[in-house]
Structures are given as structure tokens and as C-alpha cells.
Write a protein that binds this ligand. Structure first.
Ligand SMILES: Cc1cc2nc3c(=O)[nH]c(=O)nc-3n(C[C@H](O)[C@H](O)[C@H](O)COP(=O)(O)O)c2cc1C
Length: 267
């Protein structure tokens, strides 16, 4: 591939210049099962940023099914969980990395509860999340709508099944978005969208096999080369709700010598 090495132009340096002080960064997150927590710790460690967990007064415990049950009941009743008061004074921070698991396509309820209580106007907010299949896009949209005075920057999301990929992906993400200094490889743009070949359709099927929540048929694709392989962006017809036909977008990584995996679904 055409390798372009880029030195990150740090956003932090730019903010320091305009504000006259080094920006203060808080990594604030909710995590039920530790996936988002692992991402939060990695970000705070790499940036030397403060770290705080959002805690529900009555923690979501128990099994996956019990958590689904409780949060569905809360959604139907239109109630949000009570959360513990934050220790950090948000006013002291310029940049907030806000982390959460994706629940029902958006940030988990303890984060929704926090967003009812705080005003992030004037701050740069970087969403990050872990999910079964996706939700960075939809949760970021919800965040922008909920906190219109905040500047919501592009975020980072990872499947729980791919937490091993977090250190390398975060390194790239933090450098590309200007939070970390250092060289990183700038990936080429995706190609023009084309109809899928039989081989690409098989690659899509292999990538989503084993994930029962995705029942879709690849129709179009674009691709680009990334280190040690190719990344695909598929457009697929969602077959799970035939009454309301619609297209989902699915990112797939096909690395040399490895089975293809999907990295994120956009709905
Ligand atoms: C109540 C509930 C709803 C969920 N909804 C979604 C969803 O809409 N989309 C998705 O991709 N994953 C969904 N998940 C999976 C979680 O996003 C995923 O397991 C996440 O990594 C958990 O993060 P944690 O380990 O930080 O708690 C849901 C999980 C729960 C418990």
C-alpha cells in the first residue's frame, strides 16, 4: 500500500496556544462489565488524563437478561437511574472523553442521567464506547442533540469481541485526532462504491457469521488497504425486518492469514 507517515499535529498544542494553558482532560465513563472501562483506562494512561467512573446508585448487576429487563422497564417508564455525584468538577476541564457501553443503540442510561445534570457547553467532548455490534454513530448524534453547546468530536468505538485491538487502534485514533504526538500511518480514502462480487459477498457472510443479531445481504462495497490487509465498507440489506426494508453499513477487516471480522455496524 501507499504508506504515508504523518506526524500528528496536536490539537492539544493548538488549544494551549489559544487558551494560554495546557488543556485539562477528563476521561469520564460508565461501564457495567469492564469493556468500556478498559478503553477508558487506556485513554487516560496514554494522555496522562484524569479518570472517573460514573456509578449508578443501584448498580446494574446480574445477568445480561436481567440488565435488559431492568433497562427495558426503565425505558418504558421513562425513568433514568440515579447516579452518584461526580467527584470531578467538570468546569475545570477543557476536553472530556465520555465513555459508555451502547445500550439500545445509544449511550447507557447512567450516562443519559449524567447528561440531564450537566452542561457541557463550550467543551470538546470525545465519545468512546464499546458495543456488541455498533452504535458510535447513533450515540454521537444523540449526544450532539442532548448537549448542543458542546463540540462533539469524532469518537472511537470497539466491539466487545475485539477488545484486544484497542491498544493499537487507540494509538492510531489518538494520533490522528491530534491528542497524541507521534507518527502514524494515514490510511487512504475508501474507493468508489461498487456492486459486490461473489467473493466479496462471501467475505461479508464470513465476517458476520456467528453474530446472530446481523441478518443481512451485502449489495455494495467500497474498500481500502490498511496495514496487513484490507478494510471494507459494505452496504447490506437488513433482512431482519422484511416489512421495513433498509440498508445497514458494516465495516469489515480482512487481514492476511486471519478470518474476516466486522468491526462496526452503522444503522
Ligand atoms: C441492556 C443492554 C443493551 C444493549 N444494547 C446494545 C445495542 O443496542 N447495540 C450493541 O451493539 N450492543 C448492545 N449491548 C451490548 C453492550 O454494548 C456491550 O456488551 C458493551 O461492550 C458492554 O460494555 P461494558 O463491558 O463496558 O459494560 C447491550 C447490552 C446491554 C446489557
Amino acid at each position: 500500500m501507499n504508506k504515508i507517515q504523518c506526524a500528528a499535529v496536536t490539537l492539544l498544542a493548538a488549544i494551549s496556544c489559544t487558551q494560554g494553558h495546557a488543556p485539562k482532560i477528563l476521561v469520564l465513563y460508565y461501564s457495567q462489565n469492564g469493556g468500556t472501562k478498559a478503553v477508558a483506562e487506556e485513554i487516560s494512561q496514554r494522555l496522562g488524563a484524569d479518570l472517573e467512573a460514573i456509578e449508578a446508585v443501584e448498580p446494574y448487576g446480574g445477568t445480561f437478561e436481567e440488565t435488559i429487563q431492568r433497562s427495558m422497564q426503565e425505558r418504558e417508564a421513562g425513568v433514568l437511574p440515579e447516579i452518584q455525584p461526580l467527584k470531578a468538577d467538570l468546569k475545570a476541564y477543557d476536553i472530556i472523553f465520555l465513555g459508555y457501553p451502547v445500550w439500545f443503540g445509544t449511550y447507557a442510561p447512567p450516562v443519559a442521567a449524567l447528561l440531564e445534570q450537566v452542561d457541557l457547553s463550550g467543551k470538546k467532548v470525545v465519545p468512546f464506547c464499546s458495543f456488541g455490534s455498533g452504535g458510535l454513530d447513533s450515540s454521537s448524534r444523540d449526544l450532539a442533540q442532548k448537549q448542543p453547546g458542546a463540540q462533539i468530536l469524532p469518537g472511537y468505538g470497539v466491539r466487545t469481541a475485539r477488545l484486544d485491538a484497542v491498544p493499537a487502534e487507540l494509538d492510531h485514533f489518538l494520533k490522528e485526532s491530534g491528542f497524541l504526538e507521534g507518527e502514524y500511518e494515514k490510511y487512504p480514502d475508501f474507493s468508489e462504491v461498487r456492486l459486490v462480487s461473489a467473493e466479496e459477498a462471501a467475505l461479508f457472510d464470513a465476517a458476520v457469521a456467528g453474530y446472530p443479531m446481523i441478518n443481512a445481504q451485502a449489495q455494495k462495497v467500497s474498500s481500502r488497504s490498511v496495514p496487513q490487509g484490507n478494510e471494507y465498507l459494505f452496504e447490506a440489506e437488513d433482512l431482519s425486518a422484511p416489512a421495513t426494508p433498509h440498508i445497514i453499513k458494516v465495516y469489515v477487516l480482512a487481514m492476511e492469514g486471519q478470518e474476516p471480522v466486522f468491526t462496526q455496524v452503522l444503522r
